[in-house]
Design a protein around this ligand. Sequence first.
Ligand SMILES: NC(=O)c1ccc[n+]([C@@H]2O[C@H](COP(=O)([O-])OP(=O)(O)OC[C@H]3O[C@@H](n4cnc5c(N)ncnc54)[C@H](O)[C@@H]3O)[C@@H](O)[C@H]2O)c1
Length: 350
Amino acid sequence: MRKLLVTGSSGLIGSEVVTFFSSDGWEVNGVDNNMRKDFFGAQGDTSWNCDRLQERIKAFRHHEVDIRDRSRVLDIVTEIRPDAIVHTAAQPSHDLAALRPFDDFDVNAVGTLNLLEAARRACPEAPFVHMSTNKVYGDAPNRLNLVEKETRWEYADPEYANGIKESFSIDNSMHSLFGASKVAADVLVQEYGRYFQIPTCCLRGGCLTGPNHSGVELHGFLSYLVRCNLEGRTYKVFGYKGKQVRDNIHSFDVAQFMDQFIQAPRVAEVYNLGGGRDNSISILEAFNLIEQISGKKMSHEYIDQNRKGDHICYISDLSKMRAHYPKWDITKDLRATFVEIYKSWYQRTA
Ligand SMILES: NC(=O)c1ccc[n+]([C@@H]2O[C@H](COP(=O)([O-])OP(=O)(O)OC[C@H]3O[C@@H](n4cnc5c(N)ncnc54)[C@H](O)[C@@H]3O)[C@@H](O)[C@H]2O)c1
């Protein structure tokens, strides 16, 4: 039986990866210490998701391990000797990173180094898939020429019609401390690929979403927005007239890309992984879509101050992913994704 090691296995992407690979016959070992609860309080608790996986999936083993614990990480990777590693554990919020910079860097950068070094020693041939972020580009995408449309900002330059490519600079911009710790991890993952010839890739995520997100105000915007609508809570919009654009990808489509990479790995690759133009939406447009689905009016408050470094318009160009892995494509459109998130919150909060 092929063995997978997934970090952050109780989170949005990690739990999808557990489900995806175990249903494909893999033995899946998950590493998570529910640090999302420590970061975001009770609403960020992911233990419900861990319990769900343990109840439903026979070939799943949960390990309560902190990826900052270097010797335990080394032990567990040596003991399991996985055939592939998917690394999704992280501190994921900009604002929180500014409040807890040491925790942010220790989890995102040092935790990633701990895993890479353990992999190099125990299983250097195993593909290593790392969840990076589009925040490695910092706020440089905000310097692109934009045009204001009725409900969204849009790229003015035809060069960006399909979105932002992997060749975009990660340098000379404001990243937030979160973006900086993720840059460190991203470069380390590339370096372990190039320097040691380990099959690694960095997936620079746009907005990753899905029914199993424990969305909170500081992280997981669609999940949180849908929850606010369902519970009649007021959603705060921070600047840019609510016309800021995000491209959203369902966690299932993330997992199926990881599967394609693991089947035919390459060395030190980088991909912009998002929903692409078809799955892009502004906050105002998202309000409209959830109102259509739930039949409930969205309550929101506008704060005329954008979050520091927040992207005005970000769309991932998916052409490199599609060229390298032609069997992969987006399977879940925005409406289907919204409906799944809505149903999940309905059940979880019932
Ligand atoms: N969700 C998004 O919109 C988005 C966008 C771009 C990139 N990403 C990246 O994708 C990855 C996964 O994101 P997600 O949305 O699934 O996050 P998530 O918060 O839902 O899941 C992360 C999991 O990691 C666990 N974790 C945190 N610190 C840990 C530690 N020290 N040891 C062990 N486990 C720990 C948390 O408890 C949580 O269950 C992250 O690297 C994130 O930066 C996410």
